[in-house]
Structures are given as structure tokens and as C-alpha cells.
Design a protein around this ligand. Structure first.
Ligand code: SF4
Length: 377
């Protein structure tokens, strides 16, 4: 295994804009907004990746994490109409669906360690239905950690059912909620919010709900939806705001850059290129010096780019997922679910050590052996 010192000696940069960034990373100084933008703009994307990989190794060495999990999207019926979303449908639409409790429970099994639940903002489902969802899963599958409801959904429960976030989070926690997913903010920029998601909780509300959850002992993830109409400056500003929240609470477990899926919404003619995905992962690792886990989310990136992302600062591949619907409604070009072996292969292909984890990043199994390694030695 290559040591940090060897890796540092081995880094050769061709873009002078990266020189001060490399100095700052070695000296553990924070990057500025301008430096974050320089990572996204550089033509030396391999150099940016090596710096980010160095920063990643300092945190978790060569370990890359994954979880046996299941995504459940209980309904796609939504009162909002975010312009980037292919998932949401209106009541009566022939593609609209609502899962019964029985259907929701049928997605569960004892082998998984985490269930991730997010869905549309349903106009009539009572708040109690969501509480029952968490409670039923928790009671029947006590070994499965429940990660559920974005800050946007928590905000909607307040708007629709008059249950304020402190109260809903306390009720969900009592029912078995362990953590919250990071979606819903998309991009903090007020310009993007106004253009794409005017009805949704804004940046301040999203931050307030996550801070409330953290104070109550509920960890959460955080995300950024990139690759549509946002600027590089808006991406990095978003990361800086997340870094500030983390300084205050320490409650974020992982950051997930979510690549916009062009699907039918077509905010731009084609997907952002893989090189941009990789630089985005590198920028996240370098800007978010206080968030331990950065994900290469294979569902949106595709398996190949996600595996390469493990050499650009990412140290988590998410999970086996099951029947994911949100990204696939927008024509995500990845299988709907993966088996453990495919996760192991992706991580080993990147020359990293797979570690199976639970939702809270407790290590369950380290796969040191290189079974099935296809690399010539
Ligand atoms: S992104 Fe979420 S809130 Fe917005 S329309 Fe889609 S499902 Fe509804």
C-alpha cells in the first residue's frame, strides 16, 4: 500500500492554480471559495484527484465503505413541481403510485442494515402514516437502521399537518428513526431555488431542520444536486455553507454529490461529463475537511465513474439499494440494485479495501482479501 509520504512525493501538477491548493491541503489549511472553483475549472483533473485522494487517505486510509441497504420511495405523488424532477406525479396520473403498508414492508428483509425512505409530498396521506411506516419497520426489523425523510419532507409535515420539526423529529425518533437523508436542498443558491424549486424549503429552512435534528442526536447526510443550471461558484458556496453547519453541529455523516439526471426535464441537453463528476467529488473532499465520508453515488454516476471516483476523494459507494425509483424515473443509466459482490468488485477495481458498514458508519466487516481481483500482478 502506498504511504501518504510516497503519495505526496508522487504528485505532479500541471495547472499552477492547483499549487497553492496542494500547499494548503498538506498544511491542513481550509480552502477558499476561489480555490474550490479552481478545482472544478482545472484541466489537470488527474492532479486535482491526486490531491483529493491524499486528503481522503489522511481520513480513512484505503478503506471504502458500503452498506447492504434498501431504498423505499413510498409514493411519487407530490404537491410540488420542481423543474428538475421526473419522479413526481399528480393524483390521477397513470404513473402515480401509492404504496400500502403491506407493500412497504414487502421491500424489507433481515439481510439489510439500512432502509432509506424518501418520497413525494403527498397531499392527503396523514402524518401518522409516516410514523407507522417507521415504527412498523423498526419493530419488525430491529437490526435495520431507519434513515428517513428529507428536511423538505419534514418542512412539509409542518406546512401540511402543523407538526413542527422539533415535534415530528421527536415522534419519528421515538418510533425508531436513526438518521435523515441529505436531499431536499438541491443547491442553496437563491437564484437556483427561485428558478427550479420555488415551493420547496429554502436553504435557511433546510439548515435549520438539520441543525435541529443534530441537536436531538439524529445524524444526517447532506447533498448537492449539480450539473444543471448552477454555476461553479454556487456549487462551492453550497459546500462552504455545509462546512459551516458542520463546524457548528458535527452532525453530518456523509456528503453526496448528486449528478442531475437529464431524463425528460432536460434542463441541459446532456449529462455533465464524467470529468466534471470526478472534479466535483475532488472539490467536495477538499472543501469539506470536516465531513468524513464523501460518496461516489453509483446510482447516478453509473458504476464505472463511481468506481473511478474512489480515487478522487470518495470513500463511500452507498449501498445495494434494491428498487430505487427517483433517479431511474429520470432514466438513470444504472441497474436498479446491486448485490454485495458487485460492490466489492467496484471497490477492489479501484484498488481500495471494501468495508461493510451500517447506516451510522459502524464497521461490520473489512474485506482485506483480494478475491476475484482482475488486475494483472
Ligand atoms: S423533487 Fe421532491 S418535492 Fe420536488 S417535485 Fe420531486 S418529489 Fe416533489
Amino acid at each position: 500500500m502506498v504511504s501518504l509520504l510516497e503519495l505526496a512525493r508522487d504528485i505532479h501538477l500541471t495547472d499552477p492554480a492547483l499549487f497553492p491548493i496542494w500547499d494548503a491541503v498538506q498544511e491542513e489549511r481550509r480552502l477558499t471559495l476561489e480555490q474550490g472553483v479552481a478545482v472544478l475549472e482545472t484541466d489537470d483533473f488527474a492532479g486535482a484527484g491526486r490531491i483529493a485522494d491524499f486528503a481522503k487517505k489522511r481520513v480513512t486510509g484505503d478503506k471504502v465503505y458500503f452498506v447492504l441497504n434498501r431504498h423505499i420511495n413510498p409514493t411519487n405523488i407530490c404537491v410540488l413541481s420542481c423543474k428538475f424532477c421526473d419522479f413526481a406525479k399528480k393524483p390521477g396520473d397513470e404513473e402515480a403510485y401509492e404504496m400500502s403498508m403491506e407493500e412497504i414492508m414487502s421491500h424489507m428483509d433481515d439481510d439489510i442494515r439500512e432502509v432509506h425512505i424518501v418520497g413525494g409530498h403527498h397531499p392527503t396521506w396523514p402524518f401518522q402514516y409516516y410514523v407507522d411506516m417507521v415504527r412498523n419497520i423498526h419493530e419488525k426489523y430491529p437490526n435495520v437502521q431507519v434513515k428517513a425523510f428529507t428536511a423538505s419532507e419534514i418542512d412539509y409535515f409542518h406546512r401540511r399537518w402543523k407538526v413542527p420539526p422539533e415535534e415530528s423529529l421527536a415522534i419519528f425518533k421515538e418510533a425508531g428513526l436513526e438518521s435523515m437523508p441529505g436531499g431536499g436542498a438541491e443547491v442553496f443558491s437563491p437564484r437556483v431555488h427561485k428558478a427550479l424549486l420555488p415551493g420547496k424549503a429554502n436553504a435557511d429552512r433546510w439548515a435549520e431542520i438539520h441543525k435541529t435534528a443534530h441537536r436531538m442526536g439524529i445524524n444526517s447526510n447532506c447533498t448537492l444536486l449539480y450539473g444543471h443550471i448552477e454555476t461553479f461558484g454556487e456549487r462551492i458556496d453550497h459546500l462552504i455553507r455545509l462546512r459551516e453547519i458542520q463546524d457548528e453541529t458535527g452532525g453530518f455523516l456523509a456528503f453526496i454529490p448528486l449528478e442531475y439526471q437529464v431524463g425528460f426535464t432536460k434542463l441541459r441537453p446532456r449529462h455533465t461529463p464524467p470529468m466534471d463528476d470526478l472534479k466535483m467529488i475532488a472539490a467536495a473532499r477538499l472543501m469539506l475537511d470536516n465531513i468524513k465520508y464523501i460518496k461516489a453515488y453509483w446510482v447516478m454516476l453509473g458504476e464505472a465513474t463511481a468506481s473511478i471516483g474512489l480515487n478522487f476523494g470518495a470513500n463511500d459507494l452507498d449501498g445495494t439499494i434494491g428498487k430505487e425509483r427517483i433517479a431511474h424515473a429520470a432514466l438513470a443509466d444504472s441497474p436498479a440494485g446491486r448485490a454485495r459482490d458487485r460492490m466489492l468488485n467496484s471497490i477492489r477495481d479501484a484498488r481500495r479495501i471494501p468495508v461493510e458498514r451500517d447506516a451510522l458508519y459502524n464497521e461490520l466487516k473489512v474485506y482485506e482479501e483480494r478475491v476475484g481481483d482482475s488486475h494483472p500482478s
